[in-house]
Design a protein around this ligand. Structure first.
Ligand SMILES: *[C@@H]1O[C@H](CO)[C@@H](O)[C@H](O)[C@H]1NC(C)=O
Ligand SMILES: *[C@@H]1O[C@H](CO)[C@@H](O)[C@H](O)[C@H]1NC(C)=O
Ligand SMILES: *[C@@H]1O[C@H](CO)[C@@H](O)[C@H](O)[C@H]1NC(C)=O
Ligand SMILES: *[C@@H]1O[C@H](CO)[C@@H](O)[C@H](O)[C@H]1NC(C)=O
Ligand SMILES: *[C@@H]1O[C@H](CO)[C@@H](O)[C@H](O)[C@H]1NC(C)=O
Length: 506
């Protein structure tokens, strides 16, 4: 979510000029090969990506890995060490191929100052082992540039003590405490909230530096989680900066958002080479294989792409640009994209979902940033998104769609289609069930639930929270919502699906 443009603050900023400049940059390590902001992702049926930043360009980023910490006998390198004009760091990425599935690997980024870590590789499509994934959306930086109380209580913001990256009471703390309970994370949009730098008066003299400082802090805070679990990203509105108001309507300033921070620059730099295109299909059906290959060529990671994980197929969509009347497309305040050719994202989604063989991956989840069914009303529900995506989700029998943007947790009582609750509820509905998992915590605070709709079963805005999906069997999915600070279970939805048809068309 976002608030109105901070025009007054912006003007104030420019009058003051550089004199107040006090962006909270983390210290630069003496050894500039030191990896920071480490992250991994599922990249292919037997591949994982490793991404990290460094404070100097790496001529050849490499990762050594193996099946025991003392025997990192394999290695993989790339020549990908990239940056953009306002960044202090370079994004490095390496792909690890030919991994044994669902196997513990140890890995070490090659550097004179790095340590060995580990991950479990992905499950191949068709592996029916139960597993859990978490959905984390709208997660912002903590500490002096970000921490806030629930409900956007600005009056209290300055009373917050400076908290250390132990972050025990936050969603990152909850993810650390429960690290053995889940296998991967979906994060469709709104990382860091760097574009909210102007909320802290100390930043007003130099927004460009504050923007970068927040990104550096945030991705380092996230790294204990993202270096260990496949962390799948797609964009939200905060991956852009307000171009129209901040950048061109305030005369005579340049430090508010230099060109290098517009149009998803950091997001693309960071995730562009580490998110998958698609996994192809292991179905025996020829036309399913062809459709999956077509989807792979139409995918534009990290904006839209898909992957398989055991009994699950996931499609990550871009609700910001690249469909008719997209909220952040060309000519809007955020003026982003287009990322692909006209119609490409919707053509991709159709090909991708049409290829899913439910005898291989019975479950299909779509994850995106902006919801179209929530208690947020017409201001927060994205009607152009609904028009663009809902018919395709329904047609191919998507089981659950999960979004954020609204800063709280919500679950529908079952399937919803065309603004109407599916009469079957959670017992084999034809329409997708909808989840909002946007209450993970950021500088803007939580969003009040507001008016519950007839299709809502659960809506929670008291404290930071997130949703956790456990795929128990081909027919049963359990969605738990947890309160981040206490671990309390807030709500459970049990979705039952027969998944009788191999290729759903309705
Ligand atoms: C080595 O890395 C650690 C943390 O990853 C960092 O705190 C330390 O400053 C680094 N040492 C040097 C010499 O850069
Ligand atoms: C955070 O939690 C961990 C493990 O639960 C504990 O060891 C650590 O002391 C806690 N840190 C703070 C600052 O409370
Ligand atoms: C093969 O897959 C297509 C969808 O790609 C589906 O329409 C068709 O019914 C499938 N054929 C069989 C025999 O399952
Ligand atoms: C944003 O980036 C995309 C992809 O690089 C590019 O095609 C598009 O033209 C850019 N849009 C603007 C407004 O700069
Ligand atoms: C959706 O509902 C409206 C009425 O609310 C109806 O006119 C329309 O035909 C419905 N569309 C579909 C595809 O069911």
């Amino acid at each position: 979510m976002m608030r109105a443009a901070p025009l007054l603050l912006a003007l104030l900023c420019c009058l003051i000029g550089q004199t107040w400049a006090a962006a909270s940059y983390p210290p630069i390590p003496k050894d500039k090969t030191t990896p920071v902001q480490q992250r991994i992702a599922l990249y292919g049926p037997r591949a994982m990506s490793v991404g990290w930043n460094t404070y100097e360009k790496q001529s050849q980023p490499c990762v050594d890995y193996g099946l025991s910490p003392g025997k990192l006998t394999m290695s993989s390198c790339s020549d990908s060490s990239i940056t953009y004009p306002t960044s202090r760091t370079w994004s490095n990425s390496v792909i690890l191929n030919n991994l044994k599935p669902a196997t513990k690997y140890f890995y070490k980024i090659r550097s004179t100052n790095s340590s060995t870590d580990f991950f479990q590789s992905g499950r191949v499509a068709g592996d029916k082992t139960p597993f859990t994934l978490n959905t984390i959306i709208d997660l912002g930086v903590y500490g002096e540039d970000g921490y806030t109380l629930p409900h956007d209580d600005k009056s209290k913001r300055d009373e917050i003590p400076k908290i250390q990256p132990a972050l025990n009471h936050t969603t990152i703390g909850a993810l650390a405490k429960t690290i053995d309970d889940y296998e991967l994370i979906l994060h469709p949009g709104d990382f860091a909230y760097a574009d909210d730098w102007y909320e802290k008066p100390k930043n007003l003299g130099d927004g460009s530096a504050a923007y970068q400082a927040i990104l550096e802090q945030f991705y380092e805070q996230l790294s204990p989680i993202a270096r260990r679990k496949g962390y799948q990203a797609s964009p939200g509105n905060h991956e852009q900066v307000f171009t129209k108001f901040d950048c061109s309507e305030v005369p005579g300033q340049t430090q508010l958002c230099p060109a290098g921070q517009r149009n998803f620059s950091d997001f693309m730099n960071r995730f562009g080479k580490t998110m998958p295109h698609g996994y192809g299909s292991v179905s025996k059906n020829n036309s399913a294989q062809q459709a999956a290959n077509k989807a792979k060529t139409l995918a534009e990671p990290p904006f839209w792409y898909s992957f398989d994980y055991g009994s699950l197929h996931v499609a990550m969509i871009n609700t910001e640009t690249d469909f008719p009347s997209a909220p952040d497309g060309p000519g809007t305040n955020l003026n982003g994209g287009p990322i692909g050719a006209m119609g490409q994202q919707l053509e991709w989604l159709d090909a991708d979902l049409s290829s899913v063989d439910r005898t291989v991956t019975p479950w299909v989840v779509v994850a995106g940033h902006r919801p179209w069914y929530s208690t947020g009303g017409s201001k927060q529900n994205c009607e152009p998104c609904r028009k663009a995506f809902e018919p395709t989700l329904y047609k191919y029998g998507v089981d659950v769609a999960v979004f954020g943007h609204v800063h709280n947790s919500q679950a529908t009582a079952g399937g919803v289609y065309n603004n109407t609750a599916d009469p079957a509820g959670l017992n084999n509905p034809k329409a997708p069930m909808y989840v909002v998992s946007g209450g993970t915590g950021n500088i803007e605070g939580l969003t009040r639930v507001g008016e519950k709709q007839s299709y809502n079963a659960f809506a929670y805005d008291t404290s930071f929270s997130y949703a956790s999906f456990t795929f128990k069997s081909a027919k049963e999915l359990i969605i738990n919502f947890y309160r981040s600070d206490s671990g309390e279970k807030l709500h459970t939805s049990t979705l039952k699906k027969e998944h009788k048809q191999a290729f759903v068309r309705q």
